[in-house]
Design a protein around this ligand. Structure first.
Ligand SMILES: Nc1ncnc2c1ncn2[C@@H]1O[C@H](COP(=O)(O)OP(=O)(O)OP(=O)(O)O)[C@@H](O)[C@H]1O
Length: 239
């Protein structure tokens, strides 16, 4: 579970995130949707300790990321918005580096890496430097390394970007399984069809403020006969 309370982030005079509060419960998939520049990545960076908020409180499984960052960071894994990281490492070296950080034993990590590499069809390239990968292959390697760690909370920033349909399907199935096992899955997306098919709960952000926080079913009941796209465009145009 993640709790964000009255949290604000400014860059100079620009208020990127403005007094936002919401809970992300365990046991379901929560989608974070909003237009470009709405504040999604800034929020995710504050949740994961990459950025310090100017104001507010963020806890992950009840642990305050500001005052207990090491323990808080052990609660989650992050798929960042850009996969262009550690490009001199091979996919396998990067996955092992992440597994080291999370203290995953040798047998367990080997089993998980083998399974994930097979699922995402990266067997032929996993021992090559990530600099030689295509964008989609880098995205797969970052996802594999994040999922090898397998803590209770998964935070994914635009995770389907660049993935082929088969890999995107596999990732969505893994997200569903993780949530069904009682864990927390939170992801941002621009792809409303994905949000519609995958999410139990939706949080909509626009211009740094939360415009909707609730179940997908409730949102649809409030806007009977409208698609999620029509609802989204309505919410954003009234921002
Ligand atoms: N490092 C920064 N310096 C200055 N302004 C920033 C910085 N990071 C983000 N912003 C601003 O904060 C606002 C929110 O940006 P953010 O990246 O959180 O949006 P987003 O919802 O993730 O957008 P996108 O969907 O385009 O990735 C934008 O107006 C952006 O210009």
């Amino acid at each position: 579970m993640i709790q964000i309370s009255n949290t604000t982030k400014k860059f100079g005079s620009k208020v990127a995130v403005d007094h936002i509060s919401f809970d992300i419960p365990a046991g379901c998939i929560t989608g974070f949707i909003g237009p470009n520049g709405a504040g999604k990545t800034t929020t995710i960076h504050m949740m994961t300790g990459v950025l310090a908020p100017d104001q507010g409180l963020i806890t992950l499984n009840g642990i305050n990321i500001a005052t207990d960052p090491i323990q808080a960071k052990r609660q989650f894994t992050l798929v960042p918005d850009s996969p262009d990281l550690f490009l001199r490492l091979t996919g396998r070296e990067y996955a092992n580096f992440m597994a080291d950080i999370y203290d995953i034993g040798q047998n367990e990590r080997k089993q998980r890496i083998d399974e994930l590499v097979r699922d995402f069809k990266l067997e032929n390239d996993f021992d090559s430097q990530m600099a030689s990968y295509s964008h989609g292959m880098r995205q797969k390697a970052i996802i594999i390394a994040a999922l090898v760690c397998n803590p209770s909370i998964w935070i994914l920033d635009e995770p389907m970007t660049g993935l082929d349909p088969e890999s995107s399907y596999i990732l969505k199935e893994k997200m569903k399984q993780h949530a069904a096992a009682g864990n927390t899955v939170f992801f941002s997306t621009h792809v409303l069809e994905v949000a519609e098919k995958l999410c139990d709960k939706i949080i909509m952000i626009s211009d740094g403020s939360i415009k909707y926080d609730g179940t997908l079913d409730h949102l649809k009941a409030m806007h009977e006969g409208e698609s999620l796209e029509q609802i989204f465009l309505g919410v954003v145009s009234h921002a």
